[in-house]
Unconditional design. Sequence first.
Length: 820
Amino acid sequence: MNFDHQKIEEKWRKKWRETGIYRTNLSIRQAQDKKKWYNLMMFPYPSAEGLHVGNMYAFTGADCYGRFKAMQGYEVFEPIGLDGFGIHSENYAIKIGKHPADQAKISEKHFYEQLSRIGNRFNWDNRLETYDPEYYRWTQWLFVQMFKHGLAYRKKAQVNWCPSCKTVLADEQVIDGKCERCSTAVGKRENEQWFFKITEYAQRLLDNIEKIDWPEKIKISQRNWIGRSEGVEIIWKMTRFDLVISTFTTRPDTIYGATFLVLAPELALVNKLKLNKAAKEYVAKALLKTEQQRKLEEKKKTGVDTGYQVVHPLTGKPIPVWIADFVLKDYGTGAVMGVPAHDERDNDFAKEHQLPVIDILKDKEEIIRKLEKKGLVKRTVNFHLRDWCISRQRYWGPPIPMIYCEECAKRNTPESKNIPLRSGMAGWYPEKEENLPVKLPYVQDFKPTGDGRAPLAKAPRGWLETVCPGCGGKAKREIDVSDTFLDSAWYFLRYPSVSNKETPRRKPTRSLLAGTDELRLPFDPEITKNWLPVDAYIGGAEHAVLHLLYSRFVWMALSDWGYIPKALGPEPFPFLYGHGLIIRNGAKMSKSRGNIVNPDEYIDKFGADALRMYLMFIGPYDQGGDFKDTGIVGMKRFLNRVWNLCSTPGVKDVHTPGVLLLRHKTVKKLTEAMENFRFNVGIANIMEYVNGLEKYFTPGVKEVSTPGVDSIKTLILLLAPFAPYISEELWGKIGGKFSVHQQLYPKYEEKLTKNETVTVVVQVNGKLRGRLELGAEEGKNKEKVLTLAKADEHIKQYLKDKKIVKEIFVPGKLVNLVVK
Ligand code: ANZ
Ligand code: ZN
């Protein structure tokens, strides 16, 4: 008999909503009441096409885990919302010729509808959308705090420029020289941009990696991205010129092998040198390339001789100074000593330009001491991490809440009497907190222009012009919007406080601004104290650097300013689980590859339970797997078997030793599997359990006919995190009280999991056809063993249409059925 998944799923979806069983009691206090569990999956940024099976994979695993935690007695908070601002959504709106604000409403509705079907225990009350002014007022608030605390600044810089998205990008958003969103090769532009000083946190971001329980490969990516490097700066005097060049090296022990110096083309010093025409051209050309391009083209080892020389500080010999674009201006000092004998890159360069190779190594400390005596060296630490470029010349984002007053700029007025004027910041004021949000105006012509000016330049004058917070004169609003990664760098702090629209006012404590007016906060301090940090953060490893680094930075900053109690710890996500990806036809499932599977049709046809189970069974959760239609058919069949097993009447509570053992063993295995996200293993164990129970459960055969009510109950409870609908229905059918999802996870007794069983081999005409796993006593009972053997699905095949002429039984060991 097949069960009607459509009917069941609709029925329970409705009941769950009405009864609010997944609503979290956010006012509980840790330790005093129940223990909390903040179960969070990474923030989805759905497009209008909606959810695909790859996305659902992420959600389902997280939900199985959250459900398991709830059954362990935790108060679980599993919120949902969407990250809807940003280039991704805006590009889609452009593609289909809609305004992003209108499209957002459509996408949102579709997304939530789809999500409501997959059966997650979402706490729908605390939904949030990043484009909701109630949300982005706080994203802007965060920007204002960054500014007030000296962590947001403006500078003219060579920045990454995506010619297709027509905007600048942060370094983290350039993957192998290409735009993270559209894969177009990224170019370079010089532009005034806003930056967040994430580099100020480089050391802490690095140190704290040791304190968090994350997949090692994500930790490695972060360590590499931060890129701490200890070394020395060495000063080289020029021969004909009263100038010095400083180089950064991690290998002072190689200094005797230095046969040339190389300067980055952008280095200010280069402008002071008199260069020949070829050298000038080389420099001009290099300036147009991006850092990424240069890294990629590094193999070619182009460069020019400046004609100048420096004195080697230890040998006194002159060595030539070159310019080459493999040297990056923003790293170290922007100049290096070339040691072709010990550095491969330098070696290639020397070969290319016929420069000498000298192979000498000397004691490092000794060399540093010698140079120290001459005052030509300094120990330094460099980080590869760069400040976070936060401004975007796009439309669909929170306007950067800054105001510029030309008059104040001329008079060099600092933005606040509490803060000294920072260079380049004259005339800039943050919008007052009480005036937030600075609403994004509806601009019909919102498309990026490509001339470097943000689309908000076309906003109504009433929006563009405002009153100067400093002098009260006429001032202009910033027209850039902030990077979407800022929206998602703090959302986990907002979730628990969403329903508290009016968060309490509070004086900043440790902040620089102590003593200023009371401020409203984006999150309720009490709730935050009870619910953060996040207990389990579950998401894809592709966010290894971007989102995860930014969120850690924001948490640290808020914590330093006193907005997050130190007691909550130094990190927002002490535990992170990285799930794998779903593959389809050999490639990662993604819109751009056109191998998307929409879950809707599968849910219609097989049910959300079957799809969830199938996805969780596809492979280890941290590795993902290949999506095949046949797999889900098999899973639906399995659920039918469970349905039939549980709904056959006459289930009595008798514990044969074999059943008892099987049950306790299974519960033990499942508990371990669930705790460790081994969902595929857990499902395999449930399958074995069902196979086992089916053997015992042979209707009409009295003595051995029953797996017992407890075993069936256990089955349903074990299934509940994976297949929430069918388990709810079956639970009701066997007389359980609503809801199965509010029951505790089954417990096992260690001593009952010990192997007190025997394996009885089953032969048909002397050939091995199966094995029975039985309790030691049971295995000696001829009648029982024979009944079980004949009832076994596999063995039955060999008995079909045959007559048993002889039954040989060796107690606890063997059965041989002789058939004709
Ligand atoms: C001489 C030398 C000899 C070097 C040797 C390495 C090996 P990390 O570890 O990443 O910090 N370097 C310094 N500044 C640079 C810049 N702006 N652009 C490109 N390369 C730069 O790397 C430090 C090393 O990278 C430095 O040590 C320098 O080369 C190079 F056998 O100096 B080394
Ligand atoms: Zn002013």
